[in-house]
Write a protein that binds this ligand. Structure first.
Ligand code: ADP
Ligand code: MG
Length: 209
């Protein structure tokens, strides 16, 4: 499980704290939705969990292990961010294999393509895919190294409304099937309805209302 314990954080050069005494708890296999107005600190919270930023105060635990000062690549966290695009110069299979090592690479890429229902697209480049297909490949890439935790930052914000409901449904189905421990930042009320629990972050603080 993931425990965020009383985190405070300030960006270098910023005047005020961006996050103030934020705590949250996600059990194994649970989906936590993080909602709240733009600029409230939702993405910052994910950056802290992933290790891209370090808190000024407070601690982050994964399975009771204190990971607060652990490097991002050691945390075993998968990320799907709105601006975390596929590598445009790499094929689908190379994108998915990017973070993988060893002899199981090929098999793992195939399994991931099967999971997101994209077998046969191995040799395509991102520009040869629709927005929804790109998003599925980005999910496959995030899940390929078998992360313990999945972080999603407004993963649907760049998709057309027609695509939205089917992609959303697929993504949650996959996450449920894998019993992934997941934090999803979202603007959308529908996304939050798929989650096991919801926290709201307003102006850097957890809004209890
Ligand atoms: P949200 O994801 O809820 O919209 P963010 O976490 O992106 O909010 O941003 C929270 C606050 O931190 C905002 O005021 C934003 O301008 C500021 N901020 C975000 N990234 C940086 C950065 N790299 N340096 C300085 N301030 C930042
Ligand atoms: Mg954000």
């Amino acid at each position: 499980m993931l425990k965020i314990n009383d985190i405070s954080f300030k960006y270098h050069g910023a005047k005020d704290l961006t996050l103030k005494n934020v705590s949250a708890f996600v059990d194994n296999g649970e989906i936590l939705a993080v909602v709240g107005p733009s600029g409230g600190g939702k993405s910052t919270l994910l950056r802290l969990v992933s290790g891209l930023e370090s808190p000024k105060e407070g601690h982050i635990f994964i399975d009771d292990k204190n990971v607060t000062s652990m490097r991002p690549e050691k945390r075993n966290i998968g990320m799907l961010f709105q601006d975390y695009a596929l590598f445009p110069h790499l094929t689908v299979e190379k994108n998915i294999a990017y973070g993988l090592k060893g002899s199981m690479k090929k098999k793992r890429v195939k399994d991931m393509l099967e999971l997101v229902d994209m077998l046969g697209y191995e040799k395509r480049y991102p520009y040869e895919l629709s927005g929804g297909q790109q998003q599925r490949i980005a999910l496959a890439r995030a899940l390929a190294p078998e992360p313990k935790i999945l972080l999603l930052d407004e993963p649907f914000s760049n998709l057309d409304t027609e695509l939205l409901s089917s992609i959303r449904h697929e993504l949650f189905e996959i996450v449920r099937k894998l019993k992934m421990t997941t934090i999803m930042v979202t603007h959308n009320k529908m996304d939050a309805e798929y989650a096991d629990k919801v926290i709201k972050i307003v102006d850097g603080k957890v809004d209890q209302a």
